[in-house]
Design a protein around this ligand. Structure first.
Ligand SMILES: [Zn+2]
Length: 97
C-alpha cells in the first residue's frame, strides 16, 4: 500500500520533541495520520493555537489535505520537509480541470 501522507511527524515545541506515527490500522481509525496524531497531542497538552506558533513540525514526506487542514486549524502554516520550510497550502486539495 502506497503512503500518500507522511508515516511519521515530529513536533518540536518549547525545546521538546514529540514524534507520532500513523496509527490508522492500530487504532482502526482512518483519520489517525501522523500529523493529525501530532495535532491531537498538542490538544492533549492543552496547548492553544496561540501557544504553538513557534513550534516546528518535521515530516518525512508530503502530507494529505486532511493533515494540512488540521495544521491550518491550529494556525500552523509550515512543515519542515527535506530541510526546507514548506507552506501547508501546497498540500491542500487542487482543483483538477
Ligand atoms: Zn494525512
Amino acid at each position: 500500500m502506497e503512503h500518500i501522507c507522511t508515516p511519521k511527524a515530529t513536533i518540536v515545541i518549547h525545546g521538546q520533541s514529540i514524534s507520532q506515527t500513523q496509527k490508522c490500522l492500530e487504532n482502526d481509525d482512518p483519520t489517525a495520520h501522523a500529523v493529525v496524531e501530532s495535532v491531537r497531542t498538542l490538544k492533549k497538552l492543552r496547548l492553544r493555537p496561540q501557544q504553538v506558533q513557534d513550534c516546528r513540525i518535521y515530516v518525512e514526506q508530503g502530507i494529505c489535505p486532511m493533515c494540512a487542514a488540521a495544521l491550518r486549524n491550529y494556525h500552523i502554516k509550515y512543515v519542515m520537509m527535506n530541510r526546507q520550510e514548506v507552506e501547508i497550502t501546497k498540500f491542500y486539495f487542487q482543483t483538477i480541470l
